[in-house]
Write a protein that binds this ligand. Structure first.
Ligand code: CP
Ligand code: NVA
Length: 308
């Protein structure tokens, strides 16, 4: 049995296999073909943070695969009142076939997974957001921009940046990260990525100059400057990130055919300008839709690896 906690635990071949499954599933859906590959199965979805895309895509995806999804916010279950993670894990995994968790500390899902009898999927922690990267890479493949990609990530060194690090290091593409001073990525995660990059050939760099990172990039991406849980820091972050907005002049520095990606939700006038987001809305909203297909691919893939 496999869990999906970070991309670090997956080989390049496995990541590409999941993406291929997702692309196949998307093709079927567009042709009106519904294969009930997870018939009668139940996905428990534990949300300790807000969500639009993750909730809708997992719940819809599970339904389309013939299964059922349970939305469990920490206001509704005893986990939010202090029932231990390990007890919650043993109970839920004795009844459900898969569990998706969105939470704060990454160690919480690691602990949950270690007590779970069924696959656990990371639906975002403070450290990683790997299901988003499946959708992002699927989008890159669909638009024919995955091979030879030079990705520039401009903004906060956060869960999205860490996941881009894992993806680049596994698949071997170039990733340039630009953050303000003091908002760099986690050093340990960077070290792990650089070690993996030695094997895959990925070129990973970090700078405090967004223009250096973006020069000639074929994909420019960013994320909110204040992630969930950092609401109190919002004002101070807006000041610290001055000059980091992906706007038209930043996009003009990138490759002439550069694409823009954003995991959403986007804060126009902060990490991205209205103009850039709207110019690239076709790919960005496809990226969002691909959450549905990518996660269906992931759930089908995880189910196949499960011994019963
Ligand atoms: N991108 C993403 O995970 O969106 P939600 O927070 O809406 O789930
Ligand atoms: N970094 C953001 C991603 C939201 C999908 C957050 O954690 O809030």
């Amino acid at each position: 049995m496999r869990h999906f906690l970070t991309l670090r635990d997956f080989t390049k071949e496995e990541i590409l296999e999941i993406i291929d499954t997702a692309i196949e599933i998307k093709k079927d859906l567009k042709a009106g073909i519904y294969k009930e590959q997870l018939k009668n199965q139940t996905l428990a979805m534990i949300f300790e943070k807000s969500s639009t895309r993750t909730r809708v895509s997992f719940e819809t995806g599970m339904f389309q695969l013939g299964g059922h999804a349970l939305f469990l916010s920490n206001r509704d279950i005893h986990l939010g009142r202090g029932e231990p993670v390990k007890d919650t894990a043993r109970v839920i995994s004795s009844m459900c076939d898969m569990v998706m968790i969105r939470t704060f500390e990454h160690s919480m899902i690691e602990e949950f997974a270690s007590y779970s009898r069924v696959p656990v999927i990371n639906g975002l922690t403070d450290s990683f957001h790997p299901v988003q990267l499946l959708a992002d890479y699927m989008t890159m493949v669909e638009y024919g921009v995955a091979d030879g990609a030079i990705v520039a990530y401009i903004g906060d060194g956060n869960n999205m940046t860490h996941s881009w690090l894992m993806l680049a290091a596994k698949l071997g593409f170039e990733l340039r990260i630009a953050t303000p001073k003091g908002y760099e990525v986690n050093r340990k995660i960077l070290e792990v990525a650089l070690k993996m990059a030695e094997e895959s050939g990925a070129v990973i760099t970090q700078t405090n100059d967004p223009k250096t990172a973006v020069r000639g990039a074929t994909i420019v991406t960013t994320d909110t400057w204040a992630s969930m849980g950092q609401e109190d820091e919002k004002e101070e972050r807006i000041k610290a990130f001055s000059g980091y907005m992906v706007d038209d002049s930043m996009m003009d520095t990138a490759h002439s055919d550069a694409r823009f990606l954003h995991c959403l939700p986007a804060y126009r006038g902060q990490e991205v300008s209205e103009s850039v987001l709207e110019k690239h809305s076709e790919i960005v909203f496809n990226e969002a839709e691909n959450r549905l297909h990518a996660q269906k691919g992931l759930m089908v893939w995880l189910d196949k690896k499960r011994e019963r």
